[in-house]
Design a binder for this molecule. Sequence first.
Ligand SMILES: Cc1cc2nc3c(=O)[nH]c(=O)nc-3n(C[C@H](O)[C@H](O)[C@H](O)COP(=O)(O)OP(=O)(O)OC[C@H]3O[C@@H](n4cnc5c(N)ncnc54)[C@H](O)[C@@H]3O)c2cc1C
Length: 426
Amino acid sequence: MGRYTGHADAVVRPRTTDEVAAVVTLCAAEGVRICVQGGNTGLVGGSVPPSHPDGSRPTILLSTARMTDVDEIDIVGQSVGVQAGASVATIDTAAGRAGLMFGVDLASRESATAGGVVATNAGGVRMIRHGNTRSQVLGIEAVLADGRILRRWSPLVKDNVGYDIPGLLAGSEGTLAVITGVLLRLVRPATGAEVAVIALRAVDDATALIGAARDAGLTIEAAELMTDAGVTLVHEHGGRRPVATAAPFYLLLEVSGTGGVQDVLLGVLETADGVLDAVVEPGPGRALWEVRERHTESISRSTATPVVKLDVSVPIHALGDAVADLEALAGSRDHRCRPILFGHVGDGNIHVNLLDVPPDDADGLTEAVFAVIAGHGGSISAEHGIGRAKSAWTHLGRSAVDLATMRAIKDALDPQGLLNPGVLFG
Ligand SMILES: Cc1cc2nc3c(=O)[nH]c(=O)nc-3n(C[C@H](O)[C@H](O)[C@H](O)COP(=O)(O)OP(=O)(O)OC[C@H]3O[C@@H](n4cnc5c(N)ncnc54)[C@H](O)[C@@H]3O)c2cc1C
């Protein structure tokens, strides 16, 4: 991102949970702060240590890069145990060999780790079908801030003994414990999937089209929105234009079903409003997916200043208005910059990328985007978490009592404040 830099007095790369526990025990005894890093693909600065070293409290970076074991797949139970540093791609490939798949997928799959996707409760492109990462977690192993190992590792689908600690650690961004292993639910891959990129007149046409596909009996596997500015940028960086007709918006739609999926999809496209052009390919349709997945890289390569990246969500009925307001904001006299918006449209999730922002306007622009999102009843963090980037704005998404409850949980589990200081709580 080119936005975050930090300072660590040492980097530690443990191989086993016992080694993590030994490191954390030592840090607890000496008051050393720990920044946990998985694949370092997070987009809110949570895996980067604080930038100013604090003389009295050294900081280590604890990397899970060597904790990459993947256990044998439990085909009957549809689950797998993995170490925290196993990448999403590795887990998915292992699951694939057993005829299953990991229900979380994202363009950072080669680097993003199990620990990272759990710690951020990542959403990704399959969220519309299989839910977020939290809902894939059956069990967890973690080292607490005092060095003790907590292991709740049961494949039981029904097991209601007390608090949902795996659920709590999902989305905790390294502030409550170091996740060392995860027992993950696996899902069955779709059959007969078709992938389409549809050129559309308006955002509301995309949401209507998703509804029409559902009504026609199709299962939505993914639904991603792109704008003409984004598709053009990807094209400038060597990507292909998916359809011949230029349009304000493009919907990448992946659908599945039982038999005749392509015919049903073509029928939906013929009768839907706002369709200017479309291309349909049998799944996995990697060439079509590439257009969407190359957005982040193309954006990073074509901005003069660090990108202001804001991952927000709004109620689906407000998406069209929110996108229009965000584009108007970026063109306004007060905040002139280049907006590239894309996102998981079926979840109401917009990735706001603002390029060429004068550095002294980054915070002002962030505030202005959050004001637009709040005005539409949305959230300042849809799936990337809070990290360091958004810690000043959590009050926009949670009440004072809610924030105090989170703080009480943090203080109970990490009374010395050693785990990922500066993340989530500022
Ligand atoms: C091209 C691209 C596409 C992306 N697409 C998506 C997307 O579709 N959906 C989405 O949600 N995100 C997306 N992301 C963001 C990112 O990939 C996710 O946030 C991912 O979950 C981070 O995983 P990581 O292993 O890289 O974690 P890191 O970046 O290393 O860390 C992220 C946070 O998790 C904490 N953490 C990491 N490992 C552990 C652990 N073992 N124990 C405790 N805390 C830990 C860190 O301290 C930090 O706070 C994308 C990023 C890129 C670059």
